[in-house]
Write a protein that binds this ligand. Structure first.
Ligand SMILES: [Zn+2]
Length: 112
């Protein structure tokens, strides 16, 4: 895969996440508005919006880091073992920083 192609793909994902976060922000603001004040489901909905924003923000950070790695020449190399990340994995998860083996290890780590 060519770097330019990966970069344009990552920028596409970046834009999509920015739009998603923007929408969630508007939604959150509306939930704080007067029309929602007396609704019992507000806190639950707020939590859902927050979770969605957090997930989008986390992914956005990963995408930004992947773009930085493209520029400093470390893209596609596992941050743990320094071996090349499986091409098929990069194709489906272009923002990943780990090979399959190490991603599995990180997934098993407890989330703080
Ligand atoms: Zn690795």
């Amino acid at each position: 895969m060519k770097i330019e192609f990966i970069e344009s793909r990552l920028h596409e994902i970046e834009q999509r996440l920015l739009a998603e976060m923007g929408r969630a922000e508007i939604e959150a603001r509306e939930l704080g508005g007067p029309e929602y004040q007396n609704r019992s489901d507000t806190s639950e909905t707020k939590e859902a919006v927050f979770d969605q924003t957090t997930a989008a923000w986390k992914q956005y950070t990963l995408v930004r880091e992947a773009i930085a790695r493209l520029h400093n020449g470390t893209y596609g190399i596992c941050a743990d073992c320094g071996r090349p990340i499986e091409p098929r994995r990069l194709e489906s998860v272009p923002w990943t920083a780990y090979c399959l083996h190490h991603q599995e290890q990180h997934d098993r780590e407890p989330v703080l």
